[in-house]
Design a protein around this ligand. Structure first.
Ligand SMILES: Nc1ncnc2c1ncn2[C@@H]1O[C@H](COP(=O)(O)OP(=O)(O)OP(=O)(O)O)[C@@H](O)[C@H]1O
Ligand SMILES: [Mg+2]
Length: 267
């Protein structure tokens, strides 16, 4: 069975879809193709704990999505499920990126297929310089940005290329973590709280860089406690609550809807 006919069958058969408000089902283009990225009715568990409870959404190429929700809503778990990290375990659902079935892959295969997860703790590798951290990301093809291009986007990293990565400031470590993803051939960038723990002036700096990455057409999902900042950057917003999608609309809709923000984001 071809990938596209399997997708069709799933769409037709999936009357059991639940967990999302009306109007949040992934859409198909006129040609019957899925969006650039889509996840469909994904469910994931940490052991017995049922956390991701039927999440579905799609992302168009070049779009920036703000994935929002209260503490414990399941944002990190959703990103980890999409990146196919072993925990939480994905037990049901489909994940497609540029026609590739990520739900059938392990994390390293999903990474090769173009998922670039930048986790909250940034995972800079100890004992390696900035440049070695970047070169390690390029150890296997497919390659993304050249080091020269990365240093153009982040001149501070270029100046510190010989410095050990873990001795960088928090903001610089975040730049390095994003750069490591760009050094691979990333098709979908997943950012988990990129502003976490950073001073406002550094947040502004990272924001500017993300604007630049956006203008280059990088498809991105950003999870942020600083929802307003994320909404200003994003085209669309998806709100999670208790592991389910409760809103999928434009970022402007969320900025304009104080009740919605109060109910699900407490802001
Ligand atoms: N490794 C784990 N084992 C068991 N339960 C976990 C694990 N990690 C997270 N959880 C639980 O899963 C739920 C969702 O957590 P998750 O980290 O995905 O939320 P989040 O929306 O990212 O929250 P935050 O805004 O605090 O980062 C929470 O109830 C959390 O306690
Ligand atoms: Mg989280």
């Amino acid at each position: 069975m071809s990938a596209s006919s399997k997708t069709q069958d799933t769409l037709i058969a999936d009357d059991a879809f639940h967990g999302a408000a009306p109007g949040v089902l992934p859409t198909m283009s006129a040609g019957g193709q899925r969006a650039y990225f889509s996840c469909w009715d994904i469910h994931a568990y940490y052991g017995e704990s049922y956390i991701v409870q039927g999440v579905s959404f799609d992302v168009r190429e070049g779009e920036i999505i703000a994935l929002l929700g209260r503490n414990g809503a399941g944002k990190t778990s959703t990103l980890r499920s999409l990146a196919r990290v072993g925990s939480p375990a994905l037990t049901h659902g489909e994940i497609w990126l540029d026609h590739k079935p990520l739900h059938e892959m392990k994390a390293h295969e999903a990474a090769r297929a173009g998922i670039g997860l930048v986790p909250e703790d940034r995972r800079i590798i100890q004992g390696l310089t900035v440049e070695e951290n970047l070169k390690l990301a390029q150890i296997a093809p497919p390659h993304g940005w050249s080091l020269e291009r990365i240093y153009e986007l982040f001149p501070r990293l270029g100046e510190r290329r010989e410095q050990e990565g873990t001795t960088l400031s928090g903001g610089e470590q975040q730049m390095l973590a994003i750069s490591r993803a760009l050094a691979r051939d990333v098709k979908l960038l997943l950012l988990d709280e990129p502003y976490e723990g950073l001073a406002p002036v550094i947040v502004q700096e990272i924001e500017k860089t993300l604007e630049q990455i956006k203008s280059l057409g990088m498809t991105t999902i950003i999870v942020e406690q600083n929802a307003i900042a994320a909404l200003h950057l994003a085209d669309r917003a998806i709100i999670l609550d208790m592991g389910q999608v409760v809103f999928d609309g434009t970022a402007q809709d969320v900025l304009d809807n104080a009740d919605l923000r109060q109910q699900y984001l407490a802001i």
